[in-house]
Write a protein that binds this ligand. Structure first.
Ligand code: DGL
Length: 284
């Protein structure tokens, strides 16, 4: 990476995208990283496509206004429901999205392995993008889908160590435990924050957790080679939620967030906050 560095905008519905931001920091130590946490509008995972698209457009537009030359959608739900439209709306901007690591999880399967478990938001699992990803994989019938309604919201409200998210998580792990899953795909960027608790919930079986954050960062690094260097290394974050939670979670991810600025809301009418995607417990 040349001296001076590209400016990379990153967004998520809240603190979850910090797990991707940390991977970006490791792969692109000299880049200028801009992070927007849309916590006041989280969760995305139980909202309809229009809601997620509207929020994603606003965040993309905000980060581009701050000088971002490339955007990383650090949210599986927003990638599934909105990245195609974002690319269409800003054809000159490189976008990198994130999707559940089903392919490597299935590729790693060996005789005797249990099924692959997937923990993700209801919105991601119900999306056409995810359905077609799954349909393209050989052995896709060996995948157990577990929607986790309320989990990202509980992390946003109580923090990743809160009793509520941990209790919810244990419930969502029951089916995976019973099915004997040996690999679990973390299909929401909030869930790596609960990696230790997921392992505990699936003990004594040792499971491999698949988090695609580093693959996303590697792709961002490839695309960044083509960008003119504009910024100075550094990290700036904005949030419309609790800045202390963002700082705490950032620290747990190995990032130092000295300052979190209030994320300004554009004047346009807010999208509907109705929950349009019904929770689908037990969806398989
Ligand atoms: N972190 C997000 C994801 O990867 C969204 C969680 C939510 O807001 O529901 O899907």
């Amino acid at each position: 990476m040349p001296a001076g560095a590209p400016v990379i905008g990153v967004f998520d519905s809240g603190v979850g995208g910090l797990t991707v931001l940390a991977a970006l920091r490791r792969r692109l130590p000299a880049a200028r990283l801009l992070y927007a946490a849309d916590s006041a509008y989280a969760p995305y995972g139980e909202r309809d496509r229009d809601y997620v698209l509207e929020r994603s457009r606003r965040l993309a537009s905000f980060l581009l206004g701050q000088g971002a030359q490339m955007l990383v959608v650090a949210c599986n739900t927003a990638t599934a429901l909105a990245i195609a439209e974002l690319r269409g709306g800003w054809p000159d901007v490189p976008f990198v999205g994130i999707e559940p690591a089903i392919k490597p999880a299935l590729a790693a399967r060996r005789a005797g392995d249990g099924p692959v478990g997937v923990l993700a938001t209801p919105g991601t699992l119900a999306s056409d993008k995810f359905r077609s990803l799954l349909a393209r994989q050989r052995g896709g019938d060996e995948v157990l889908l577990q929607p986790c309604p309320g989990l990202a919201e509980a992390i946003e409200t109580h923090g990743p160590q809160g009793a509520e998210p941990l209790a919810l998580l244990r419930r969502f792990c029951v089916a995976l435990q019973r099915a004997g899953c040996t690999r679990v795909v973390l299909g929401c960027t909030h869930y790596p924050l609960l990696a230790g608790a997921i392992r505990e919930a699936l003990a004594p079986r040792e499971v491999e957790l698949l988090d695609p954050a580093d693959a996303v960062a590697a792709q961002a690094l490839r695309l960044a080679q083509d960008l003119p260097a504009r910024g100075d290394a550094g990290l700036q974050a904005w949030s419309n939620g609790d800045p202390r939670l963002l700082q705490r979670v950032a620290q747990a991810c190995g990032l130092a967030l000295h300052e979190v600025l209030p994320l300004p809301e554009p004047a346009a009418q807010s999208p509907s906050r109705t929950r349009a995607v019904a929770a689908q417990p037990g969806l398989r």
